[in-house]
Write a new protein. Structure first.
Length: 385
């Protein structure tokens, strides 16, 4: 099998798996005072230091969570509630239409339940947010804004946002800036302090760690209201018994993850476009993640491609994996101005730390067979008509 859906989840790194299994064999609640509890606490704090060091943060800024979705919710809601409590005029949340649903749905919740107002930043044809657009939004309505949230790198097309520039604009207007860096960490350098952001989301299973664990990194001076209750864990910022084995595996993965180069991505894109010259790589021309390709096969629905490639032993996806296994029109491509017909034929191919050239070879053979069998004839028939 050629597994090419690493943007959905990637296998655990050897160092992370070894650390995870070893910690899973230990007993002890990190909040207990006895020897086993103190040993568990030490393992948690050592992992916190590893995550902080890998991401350019202070250990005290790292809040361990259950994953990226929880971290996004904690950030968006926590900053909104803290800012609104300090100034009732502030009810506006600024984001973009290309965000992950963990952010989009959190913003929608605030508008529906908390009287918030959403402001949406446009993106260009590559999925990039212009800092000038954010500057215009904050110049016009900055005194109403609670926070700005924009992802570091897109989970579908792989476009990398100018996060440091966006954060600088927000900071100049006195507005906290949160970024979902789930897809970026482990792929490209991410430095929390240098970026100037107020809060950053990361998860374990996208960088070679276990599922069910992540972190929200929050600057000490950033406004943040806890919105998960039931215990004093994580210095009262996130209640719940710490997931010891997950946290230890996450820390090991964060320390071991070394990033990727774009060799396999570029080889794959060139080969697929040589087969189908009409194929379009979305986000091309922008700075993108080195492991992600979002490409269309004209005339062939995305779900047909995913199933056909699966039968050939190649695992890819039709966009985000967080839609209960359903294939929907991509909101990201819609925001980029891509027409329905072309968007409906787009699949995401994503590489990981253990991907090899043989995976590309298998993908190319399967894609060529499908294109010759279905896509090429459909295109020729459409031209003849």
């Amino acid at each position: 099998m050629a597994y090419l859906d690493h943007a959905a989840t990637t296998p655990m790194l050897d160092a992370a798996l070894e650390a995870y299994v070893a910690a899973a064999g230990e007993v002890g609640n990190a909040s207990s005072l006895h020897a086993a509890g103190r040993r568990a606490r030490r393992r948690v704090e050592e992992s916190r230091e590893r995550v902080a060091a890998a991401l350019g943060a202070r250990p005290s800024e790292v809040i361990f969570t259950g994953g990226g979705t929880e971290s996004d919710n904690l950030a968006v809601k926590g900053i909104f509630w803290a800012r609104r409590a300090a100034d009732q005029r502030r009810r506006r949340v600024v984001s973009s239409a290309v965000e992950h649903h963990a952010v989009l749905d959190a913003v929608e919740f605030l508008t529906r339940q908390e009287g918030a107002e959403a402001g949406w930043l446009p993106v260009d044809g590559t999925g990039r947010i212009a800092p000038e657009a954010l500057a215009a939004e904050l110049s016009a309505r900055g005194d109403e804004v609670t926070l700005v949230t924009a992802m570091w790198a897109n989970n579908e097309v792989g476009t990398i946002q100018p996060v440091a520039e966006l954060a600088a604009v927000a900071t100049a207007h006195g507005v906290p800036f949160h970024t979902d860096a789930v897809q970026a960490v482990g792929q490209v350098p991410v430095d929390f302090a240098a970026s100037g952001v107020s809060a950053l989301t990361v998860t374990g299973h996208k960088l070679g760690g276990p599922t069910g664990v992540g972190a929200l990194i929050v600057r000490a001076d950033a406004p943040f209201a806890s919105n998960r209750f039931g215990g004093g864990q994580e210095t009262n910022r996130r209640a719940g018994t710490e997931n010891l084995s997950g946290i230890v595996g996450f820390g090991a993965a964060a320390e071991a993850a070394s990033g990727l180069d774009a060799t396999l991505r570029d080889q794959g894109e060139a080969a697929l476009r040589a087969i189908a010259p009409q194929a379009r790589v979305f986000g091309a021309g922008a700075k993108r993640l080195p492991n992600t390709t979002y490409i269309s096969m004209p005339g062939v629905p995305a779900e047909t491609q995913v199933m056909a490639l699966d039968l050939a032993g190649v695992c890819v996806s039709a966009g985000s994996a967080c839609s209960s296994g359903k294939v929907h029109r991509s909101a990201v491509l819609a925001a980029m101005g891509i027409e329905d017909a072309e968007a409906g034929s787009a699949i995401r191919i994503s590489f990981g730390w253990n991907s090899q050239s043989g995976d590309i070879d298998r993908l190319i053979v399967a894609w060529r067979d499908l294109y010759i069998r279905v896509g090429k004839s459909d295109i020729e028939n459409a031209r003849a008509a």
